[in-house]
Design a binder for this molecule. Structure first.
Ligand code: ADP
Ligand code: MG
Ligand code: MG
Length: 210
């Protein structure tokens, strides 16, 4: 049933929390080049809130849908910043594709991730080329949308596209987000939000294909 899914989701959020704690200084340094330096901190605050909310909900017997919808709301509320609002909406969107009663299927996972990226695109209004997380998220979404078969393998392949696209944002002059105010100061440094996105989906692929 979906309670096994809720426990697994909580465990995955814990893995992402460890990853983001490890990346915090690097993401902060990247954001300081053309932004305000708080991307690492914001991501850690967000995932910690999401993880602890998920833990409480799962322990109280909530299913996969409720666990993620509540985790997303916590992420947005606690992280602050642009990326906090977008990641919160993404988690809530993933949860909305699941049920509280039924086991989560591979097909639902792929659909949920496609819809989560669409939520990020809709809410932020950024396009690939704007030097934001959308530069990594759109190639990820497109790769997933064309995939068939096991979700884990599809996510691994899509995450490779996201990582390459995130690295390539180093060459872009920023248009959106705080970085836009700093023009070409950010050239040579990748967008921190694109990097954190690619690292998170890489971890997800590794965990779900293991
Ligand atoms: P803030 O910019 O509010 O300080 P963060 O530092 O946590 O928030 O996040 C910055 C990241 O947010 C950027 O690196 C970029 O990837 C992402 N971002 C900024 N604006 C947008 C947008 N309109 N759409 C999508 N992502 C965005
Ligand atoms: Mg910032
Ligand atoms: Mg900020």
């Amino acid at each position: 049933d979906s309670r096994a899914g809720a426990a697994r989701i909580t465990e995955l959020l814990g893995e992402i929390e460890s990853l983001l704690e490890e990346l915090e200084p690097e993401l902060g340094r990247m954001d300081a080049i053309a932004g305000d330096g708080d991307h690492g901190q914001g991501m850690v605050l967000g995932i910690r809130a999401a993880h602890s909310t998920a833990q409480r909900a799962a322990e109280a017997g909530a299913g996969a849908r409720t666990v993620l919808v509540q985790a997303g709301a916590s992420w947005s509320a606690e992280a602050g910043g642009t990326s906090g609002a977008l990641w919160g909406a993404a988690l809530t969107s993933v949860g909305s594709a699941f049920s509280d009663q039924e086991k989560v299927t591979d097909e639902q996972v792929v659909t949920a991730l496609v819809q989560a990226v669409e939520a990020i695109e809709r809410l932020g209004g950024a396009k690939p080329g704007d030097k934001t997380m959308v530069c990594a998220a759109v190639p990820f979404r497109e790769s997933l949308a064309g995939a068939d078969g096991a979700a884990g393998e599809a996510i691994v392949t899509a995450a490779e596209k996201a990582s390459a696209a995130a690295e390539a944002t180093a060459d872009i002059v920023a248009h959106k987000g705080r970085a836009r105010n700093h023009g070409d100061k950010s050239v040579g440094t990748p967008d921190p939000g694109a990097i954190s996105f690619s690292k998170i989906v890489t971890l997800l692929g590794r965990q779900l294909s293991a």
